[in-house]
Design a protein around this ligand. Sequence first.
Ligand code: 5GP
Ligand code: MG
Ligand code: MG
Length: 184
Amino acid sequence: MGSAQTGDIDHVLLSEEQITAKLDELAERIDADYAGKDLLLVGVLKGAVMVMADLSRRIQHQGVEMDWMAVSSYGSGTKSSGVVRILKDLDADLTGRNVLIVEDIIDSGLTLSWLISNLRSRGPASVEVAAMLRKPTAAKVEVDVRYVGFDIPNEFVVGYGLDYAEKYRTLPFVGTLAPHVYSS
Ligand code: 5GP
Ligand code: MG
Ligand code: MG
């Protein structure tokens, strides 16, 4: 934990060790489910960068590919705007592909349900979701997430790809921010 930003963390919710063990588990399930099938991982920038890098390296699947999309649903603060905008679209043609969306966190689920229907309209064979974190609020939306890392309390978290005003993404663990960060 060599980052200067660790001083802004109130408490660690998920340690690097817990995350690593969960990634092994998820990769094993994904390998079993996609054996002999096509597999295209779609990472949602920027939050999913860490989980995409770590999960994809654990996947043994021979023909696995990755692509990226950037959408915007949050501003620089902690509240969802409910507005989804494509900032960067995929390079891949999804026709006939087995798409696995890789997400950092599902909160309201607004971003994800929008993304799923957007990708489904492009003629893929399947669209599934792997999310490292899920908040209880996600239960309100009709989004079927096949692979979930951790169900976490309804707190704003940072680290492991997740930011607050673009900071804290590089922390190797998931934690909450100390109150002084919000008030400064
Ligand atoms: P949703 O549309 O499900 O409400 O939120 C999707 C996006 O909001 C996530 O991909 C993430 O960028 C951001 N988000 C939701 N909850 C949190 C949180 O607790 N911490 C951070 N840093 N970002 C969050
Ligand atoms: Mg995300
Ligand atoms: Mg953010």
